[in-house]
Write a protein that binds this ligand. Sequence first.
Ligand SMILES: Nc1ncnc2c1ncn2[C@@H]1O[C@H](COP(=O)(O)OP(=O)(O)O)[C@@H](O)[C@H]1O
Ligand SMILES: [Mg+2]
Length: 258
Amino acid sequence: MKMLICGKGGSGKSTLTALLAQQYEQKGKDVVVVDTDESNLGLHRFLGVNPPTDLMDHMGGKQELMGKMMSAMKSSEGMMNMQLFEKVWKIQDIPSACISENGRVKLVSIGKIHQAGEGCACPMGFIAKQFLKNLKLASDEMVIVDTEAGLEHFGRGVEEGTDAVLMVLDPSYESVLLAKKAADMTASMKLPMYFVLNKVTPEIASQMKKELPVEKIIGEIPLDQDILAAGLSGKTLSGFSSAIEPVVQNIVSVTMNS
Ligand SMILES: Nc1ncnc2c1ncn2[C@@H]1O[C@H](COP(=O)(O)OP(=O)(O)O)[C@@H](O)[C@H]1O
Ligand SMILES: [Mg+2]
């Protein structure tokens, strides 16, 4: 299965991505974490790996891809026929320079913004969408897609290549608004959607539940000192406090059975 993690900036998307990757690995899965956030520089640290070569750079860089996209757009069918990856391809086909591994968890990064004024992130969205859509997984393989803040990936169609969407909400009005909008979008795409409330107390969680479809909420994670400390120092997120582990396990069992 391919699951996309979304939410507002700072809500905990990358943190949950790393925690889930470990849990899926413990359930016997080969996990590929796909980093589609062009601004996030720290996910590899949460996973305990070095940053891999960006797929974008491996494919010639942003300017080259932008040029190809511009010429493909000149004809009506040009973009539809533009193939960056084989129509059916597998994890073993990903270039080894573009993978960083820790045990059975692999990190693949679509592309990062390296320079001021280098142009929009459209080519990265295009790569992400096609990468995910064409990738065929074996039954013991799992993909987790970490995204940039907000809803832009919906506009780029990245969700089209995934099987489920998990939104992380921190306790803010903005998160609740985003969740409602994302729920409408995933419903129109017929994609299963789940919510995880992060950095909450039971009181705050029950307040948030008044605004949200409760049946979609599959986890409530408290503000945790170990996660906070690991986030500050850029340490690998390994091991869970007793308060976190059952929550993450529940998220894994619900999503694995979806
Ligand atoms: N449950 C939590 N308890 C404490 N700190 C958290 C928790 N979840 C996330 N954080 C911290 O919040 C910050 C933002 O988390 P991050 O996962 O990078 O968010 P995002 O990827 O959504 O932008 C990080 O410093 C992280 O360590
Ligand atoms: Mg992030």
